[in-house]
Design a protein around this ligand. Structure first.
Ligand code: PEP
Ligand code: MN
Length: 361
């Protein structure tokens, strides 16, 4: 009992490390592959937790679906060999039991499981009365409620240490990413659950090696707590996710090349400078709101005029002219066309809504 308590304390301490780095193969394939990957990762000195998939939920049948329970003793050995705690993905209550039986330190719920409340509940039921950290990946579709729901089910089962993994969202057709990051969704989760660990999974976002570093750096710049990155002794011949895995050496080099930025500015002097600039920003935002309010009042007057004279609300030529002017003027001020389009679309919609109300009053 005492030993269990000690172990729990140490895994929670490891999870509290910043930045937290989790790495290991997408899938455990053979005992040799697991042990070699683990020892090479440990040798980099950059990794805190070893990951490996034992049961692999694949989108299409025929892909490698994991070695199953027989791989769990390999992870136990890897842990003995390196001292690194181990993490595996679980998708059913039975998998939770098996993983815990073999001393797995951290469990994670995969993206294809988070989407299904029945599966999440099955996992949560098996977690009752157990003290193990659980990391929850975002669901494959961009639905914050499903992500929150999974965290709630696991919390209701009594799990205290819950973390989140942002692995991007799938969409039809080829994009730059395997799973679009949609950073705003992860940022919104961070805002709603500021106390929860939030780590980024650039491997499953990118689906390829060449842009891993850039995505990992972006996550750190957005104040994520850590990274989970897939690594393999022979990435090209990996049985799953071959294109996105890197060797332990490359992983080590990637982590060394990262720039770790902090959210908090420590020195008093920097604080004062930041506060001054933030006060300026607040002032400008107030002025922008005032101006937008005035703009809508003018739009209301135009709305009244259109109503009195039976003119349509939408005047396409006028709208094009407004945008053209804004691109030129905004461009000179260093504003991107993308921003100008989004901003004017939002302002235009608000004007239309105002005028609609007047038309129908
Ligand atoms: C994985 O981590 O190997 C995995 C299957 O990830 P995801 O659930 O994000 O697809
Ligand atoms: Mn994978």
């Amino acid at each position: 009992m005492e030993q269990t308590l000690q172990q729990e304390a140490s895994i929670n301490t490891i999870l509290a490390k910043r930045p937290l780095i989790i790495s290991g193969p997408c899938s455990a394939e053979t005992e040799e592959q697991v042990l070699a990957t683990a020892s090479q990762l440990a040798a980099t000195g950059k990794v805190d937790i070893l990951r490996a998939g034992i049961w692999k939920p694949r989108t299409r049948p025929g892909s490698f679906e994991g070695v199953g329970t027989k791989g769990l003793p390999w992870l136990q050995k890897a842990k003995e060999l390196t001292g690194l705690p181990v993490a595996v993905e679980v998708a059913t209550g039975k998998q939770v039991e098996d993983a815990l039986h073999f001393g797995v330190d951290v469990l994670w719920i995969g993206a294809r499981t988070t989407v299904n409340p029945f599966s999440v509940q099955d996992v949560a039921d098996a977690l009752k009365g157990v003290d193990v950290p659980v990391l929850i990946k975002n669901p494959i579709n961009p639905d914050l409620e499903l992500w929150i729901g999974a965290a709630e089910r696991v919390a209701k089962a009594g799990i205290k240490n819950i973390g989140l993994i942002h692995r991007g969202f799938s969409s039809y057709g080829n994009t730059e990413y395997r799973n679009a990051p949609m950073w705003h969704l992860a940022i919104e989760m961070k805002r709603r659950f500021p106390e929860m660990l939030m780590i980024n999974d650039p491997s499953h976002i990118c689906g390829r090696r060449d842009i891993l570093q850039e995505v990992a750096q972006k996550a750190i710049d957005l104040d994520f707590d850590g990274l989970i990155i897939e690594s393999h002794i022979d990435p090209d011949n990996a049985w799953s996710d071959a294109k996105q895995q890197v060797t332990p050496d490359v992983l080590g080099a990637m982590i060394s090349a990262m720039i770790w930025r902090k959210e908090d500015i420590i020195s008093e002097e920097l604080h004062i400078q930041m506060d001054k600039m933030r006060a300026q920003i607040n002032q400008l935002d107030d002025e922008l709101l005032q101006l937008l309010g005035q703009r809508m009042k003018v739009a209301d007057k135009i709305g009244q005029y259109k109503k009195d004279n039976n003119i349509t609300i939408l005047q396409t030529n006028r709208w094009n002219a407004i945008l053209e002017r804004a691109f030129v003027k905004g461009g000179q001020l260093g504003l991107s066309q993308e921003f100008i389009t989004k901003y004017f679309d939002a302002v235009h919609m608000e004007s239309i809504n105002h005028q609609n109300k007047i038309m129908n009053s």
